[in-house]
Design a protein around this ligand. Structure first.
Ligand SMILES: [Zn+2]
Length: 328
């Protein structure tokens, strides 16, 4: 479908409106969408917070990138019949019709008409609406499919835990596939999802967006505190900096490299172009240059840092690898 080789993906850019509008992504009664007690589908732990965004799983050791919403309508066999609904006006980018990965059957929409273009993702669907096609425009509230429990994993999702895994976030790279295929551990696995592979998507907490309805995403991203910064030597801009000019500052034309500030969970929230001769620049590649010590514990648990807390951990290495690949 989408090849991972385009440079500046113009199709991902829209007219840049300040506010994005969101609505609840399932057909449950609006009265249930306010309190997690009513809408959340926790993991087998039964802990409510495990359905929410953040380091909410395995005693704070495992990250959950979205919100898990339970179904409220069922057929005679007990399978969910709730509709998964488009949370915002957008364009269909990816329809994965088989349970061939952790998201199972899933749909991805792209919302270009925002200062911070973003995706929404609807996972574990029982089925996708047959009329839905990649490239189609969809309106907020339109049915995308049926909530379900599809996933390829060791412990299948039981009927009692059917849910919609819903995500909102930013796209890391247009050349994700090149990075994917260069990883030793991926020798035996083909990337079936193009740039819409979960590793190439970085989520934000969807609940504040769904609650607010009308959201200035740029403001939301700017409000997220930086937890660490890396500096990358690269005269060419990673395509993230071009896709998100609102998050980028400095002279792109003169840049010899980039300072990239990350949130605790790995969202590259702010980019600064660095002039040649900038003392921050490493001789080659990238390095970790700054760290907010008050977030050190969280960064270690998210694997942005190694357990000792002094070097880049596997999450940060992956994020930087994916971003830097697009500048090659
Ligand atoms: Zn989930």
């Amino acid at each position: 479908m989408i090849r991972g080789t385009f440079r500046l993906p113009l199709w991902l850019l829209g007219p840049a409106l300040a506010a994005a509008e969101f609505s609840w992504p399932t057909s449950m009664q609006p009265g249930l969408t306010r309190r997690p007690e009513d809408f959340a589908q926790p993991t087998v732990s039964g802990r409510l917070e495990s359905a929410l965004f953040g380091m909410t799983r395995e005693n704070g050791r495992r990250f959950h990138e979205g919100v898990d919403i339970r179904p409220v309508y069922f057929d005679r066999r007990g399978e969910a019949t709730d509709a998964a609904l488009a949370a915002a006006d957008g364009e269909v980018m990816h329809l994965n019709q088989a349970a061939n990965g952790p998201y199972g059957i899933y749909a991805v929409l792209w919302h270009a008409d925002a200062q911070v273009p973003h995706y929404t993702l609807y996972a574990h669907l029982a089925r996708i609406s047959p009329a839905l096609k990649v490239g189609a425009k969809v309106a907020r509230g339109m049915t995308l499919g049926t909530v379900g429990r599809t996933a390829e994993r060791a412990d299948p999702i039981p009927q009692s835990r059917a849910h919609l895994h819903f995500e909102v976030g930013l796209l890391l790279s247009g050349t994700f596939n090149r990075w994917h295929d260069a990883q030793k551990e991926n020798r035996a696995t083909r990337n079936l999802h193009g740039v819409w592979n979960g590793q190439n998507l970085i989520g934000l907490d969807p609940l504040p967006l769904l609650r607010a309805g009308r959201v200035d995403l740029l403001e939301q991203v700017r409000r997220m505190p930086a937890a660490l910064a890396c500096v990358l030597r690269s005269p060419k801009a990673p395509d993230f900096a071009l896709r998100y000019p609102a998050l980028t500052e400095g002279d792109l034309g003169q840049a010899a490299g980039w300072r990239i500030e990350f949130t605790w969970h790995g969202l590259p929230r702010r980019w600064t172009a660095l002039a040649p001769g900038s003392p921050e620049l490493p001789a080659s590649g990238w390095k970790l240059t700054a760290l907010d010590r008050s977030q050190r514990d969280l960064l270690i648990r998210r694997k942005m840092l190694t357990p000792a807390g002094d070097r880049p951990g596997e999450t940060l290495v992956r994020q930087m690898g994916i971003l830097a690949e697009s500048a090659k």
